[in-house]
Ligand binder design. Structure first.
Ligand SMILES: *Cc1c(COP(=O)(O)O)cnc(C)c1O
Length: 302
């Protein structure tokens, strides 16, 4: 120990809750609030900070100063990890799926000092083998799964619920791996809140319930929406892009096409189909990650 200076893995969380007033919400007399986790930090954004927090604390406790992680070329998780590593005194290396390239997201990662190992899709599949092959003999290396998934991540996400001072009938959240949703469900369950958790899957299929269950019990007040993937992960349709554009121009808040755009679309669609009675209070979680929008700019019809 001696001269080691530990940086506290923590910063003041700024994630206010704002009411969103679109005409369709007013017509159905449903109140919609948005928890602005996107405002936690410009780069260590949204759920990616929540998912990293206990991973970083664990790495520090184990005296490991080199974060090794995984992601695609537009991964919000890579950007968050690169910036968090720089901020809290770690080195960082990422296995990036696919060919060597330098898009806006990877450019920012490199600027924060992250090293990249581009990996073909075949070898990318087994992350533990990759880690072992490159860092098996490196005592300073700490493995963080793609997207930050795992128990530490769910614990960090459950803190979204501890921060709530008001009550809501429903909480809406987008799900990729389902870790964030699992954390929120655990938080709701542990605090014995009556809130229903409405999980919007951004991928095709209905396996997310099982994934979420690996990280804690699935209470009754949980619903999974599987009709809002728009063709699959990172796939879009003109309808979704138009919605994102309408939402941004009416509220001043950006959504991304991969996660929060699909979640807010689902929420708005369900309200417009009168799924919720007048007086219902809904909290949506803005899980951040708006950089993904830049990767899709050609798809917009401007
Ligand atoms: C990664 C990400 C998610 C998905 O979180 P999971 O815990 O994998 O379900 C949701 N929203 C945004 C903006 C993300 O970047």
């Amino acid at each position: 120990m001696g001269l080691f200076l530990f940086l506290m893995i923590e910063f003041e969380i700024y994630s206010p809750i704002e009411e969103i007033t679109l005409p369709v919400f007013e017509q159905h007399k449903v109140r919609v609030f948005l928890k602005r986790d996107d405002m936690i930090h410009p780069f260590i954004s949204g759920n990616k900070w929540r998912k990293l927090k206990y991973n970083l604390i664990k790495a520090q406790q184990q005296d490991k100063n080199h974060l090794i992680t995984f992601g695609g070329a537009w991964s919000n998780h890579l950007l968050a990890t690169a910036c968090a590593a720089a901020r809290f005194g770690f080195k960082s290396t990422a296995f990036v799926r696919g060919e060597d390239l330098n898009n806006e997201a990877l450019f920012l990662c490199r600027t924060f000092g992250m090293k990249m190992i581009f990996t073909d899709r075949e070898s990318y599949r087994d992350k533990h083998i990759l880690f072992k092959r490159y860092f098996g003999n490196d005592d300073s290396a700490y493995f963080i799964d793609e997207g930050g998934a795992g128990e530490e991540a769910a614990l960090g996400c459950s803190e979204i619920i501890s921060e709530l001072t008001d009550t809501y009938d429903h909480i809406f959240v987008a799900a990729g791996t389902g870790t964030t949703a699992a954390g929120i469900i655990n938080g709701v369950y542990n605090q014995q809140r009556q809130t229903k958790v409405q999980v919007v899957s951004v991928l095709k299929g209905d396996f997310l319930g099982e994934e979420i269950q690996k990280l804690g019990p699935l209470p009754d007040q949980f619903s999974l929406h599987t009709d809002y993937h728009f063709g699959g992960y990172a796939k879009t349709k003109p309808e979704l892009l138009e919605f994102i554009q309408m939402f941004a121009s009416s509220t001043g808040i950006l959504l991304d096409p991969v996660y929060t755009g699909k979640m807010m679309f689902a929420l708005t669609d369900l309200i417009s189909k009168s799924e919720f009675p007048a007086g219902t209070r809904i909290l949506a979680i803005h899980t951040g990650g708006i950089f993904a929008l830049l990767g899709m700019k050609e798809k917009f019809n401007f």
